[in-house]
Write a protein that binds this ligand. Sequence first.
Ligand code: C2E
Ligand code: CA
Ligand code: CA
Ligand code: CA
Length: 275
Amino acid sequence: QKRVEKGQVGYFNESLRQRLIRERLLSDRLSTAIEENALRLVFQPILESQTGKVTGLEALLRWHLDGEEVAPVEFIPLAEQYGLIKTIGLWVIEQACLQSISLSKGSQPPSVSVNVSVIQLQDHNFASQVQSLLTRLQFDPSLLLIEITESVFATDQKTLLEQIQALQKLNIKISIDDFGTGYSSLSSMQNLGADIIKIDKSFINKIDSTGLSIIKAVMEIAHSMGLRVVAEGVETAEQEKILKDIGAHLLQGYHLCRPLEAEQLTEYLDSSTEQ
Ligand code: C2E
Ligand code: CA
Ligand code: CA
Ligand code: CA
């Protein structure tokens, strides 16, 4: 018995040690990832359910480390923990705007959503940095959407709300990501003046059981408050059909289109506007 316990302690120490080594390695490499050109964005279209028209693109960050792709769910928390998220976050916004401009070929660029961490919003300079960036790039702020997760509501921080309001003053739109998984209520969302709610994919995933009534309820209240709703993580034709039937306007998910590299995206957008 004792020997087993001792063995387990050894095992946990060892796996903890391994994890810390990996964290150190990753955060170290992440700190130079921008200069090393190891970061890039992929874009997942958000479509109008009735017409199939692309109404916007969500920028998703990718990191290639020595040929291995490290998942955002692993490296974003490290970027937050090791003080790298502000720099990376601004780079993401800059790249998203630049690529949106280059996709437009002179006409109106597509609107683009970027994910922003709570830590970025706790920075007094965030909104003004975004403003300078947009001015420098001559990017129309109303085409930029900032996706924040409900976790921003867990802490009622003054700076955070100030920054969100400053962004809205610039005409940047706010999306509440992963809706239904966190702490927010629809009324706190109304106070915030969010523009869009993204219903979390866990509800879409359960649409044939408990998910449907929740989706319907959220849609009804959101629409009565003048918010637009995106159903995220649509993976099957059946889910798409049910969502269309209940009047969901905006859809995003592997079934409609996977996140695409800039090059594939050009092709996709060309072929989807041809019809
Ligand atoms: P998210 O913002 O909720 O993004 C949606 C995630 O779901 C993406 O994963 C996307 O590739 C994936 N997805 C899209 N369609 C489907 C589907 O039909 N089924 C399923 N199962 N998944 C789908 P990804 O790219 O791995 O990103 C994971 C998370 O990492 C994001 O979740 C977001 O919270 C974070 N993230 C990604 N890029 C950034 C970034 O630039 N900045 C920050 N702060 N966070 C980011
Ligand atoms: Ca998102
Ligand atoms: Ca989400
Ligand atoms: Ca998420």
